[in-house]
Design a binder for this molecule. Sequence first.
Ligand SMILES: C[S@@+](CC[C@H](N)C(=O)[O-])C[C@H]1O[C@@H](n2cnc3c(N)ncnc32)[C@H](O)[C@@H]1O
Length: 211
Amino acid sequence: MPTPPQHYFSAEPDVPEHRRTISVPLLGRTVQVQTSGGVFCPDRLDLGTSVLLRETPDPPPTGELLDLGCGWGPLALTMAQLSPGARVWAVDVNRRAVRLTADNAASLGLGVRAVTPEDVPADVAFDCIWSNPPIRIGKEALHELLLTWLPRLAPGGRAYLVVQRNLGSDSLQTWLTRTLGPDYLVSRHASAKGFRVLLVDRPTPRPVTPA
Ligand SMILES: C[S@@+](CC[C@H](N)C(=O)[O-])C[C@H]1O[C@@H](n2cnc3c(N)ncnc32)[C@H](O)[C@@H]1O
């Protein structure tokens, strides 16, 4: 798969940071956010992201919520608005993206912990994960990323991943089912505009009743 000329998934993008303000349909209204070259989809709300926002149920009102691969922050900002009583983590390898998400949350008055992956304490388990995952980093790196974070779902937790159908959503679903094993239920939650929303559900184990 061709690599985009500007690596939106670099730790420090090599294009200069020129911030600009864009208006996007988010949080039930039109809001102003800051973006920059060197981050994912800096000119608008990505179509896949908008499919995920439209098709996915509200996150739980409390607990630990994660936007995996936050970019300039549309998923984390939405989680923080919908669940002000939860702790919202926004994680990205791209430090510019992390700074933009933190600044966008601050200017919208929302509570988001925007950090690089190593700054999420190892004992945090997530009640809900939303992600438009970075398919373009390549299959091996994508699989490693998903196997780092999905097993951090708390029992009863759910992850929603939006993936373009022609970028391998169905084979990713098959791989997730096979690799995560019987403790997780992987399904197609929704399909719209050429995207699938995959659901990874980690059911709470049933209590063992004495014989
Ligand atoms: C498709 S973009 C989605 C961005 C944002 N959530 C949105 O919807 O606009 C995927 C993001 O994952 C980030 N990413 C790539 N590799 C990562 C990794 N190993 N850990 C965390 N984030 C990563 C990229 O930098 C990019 O911002």
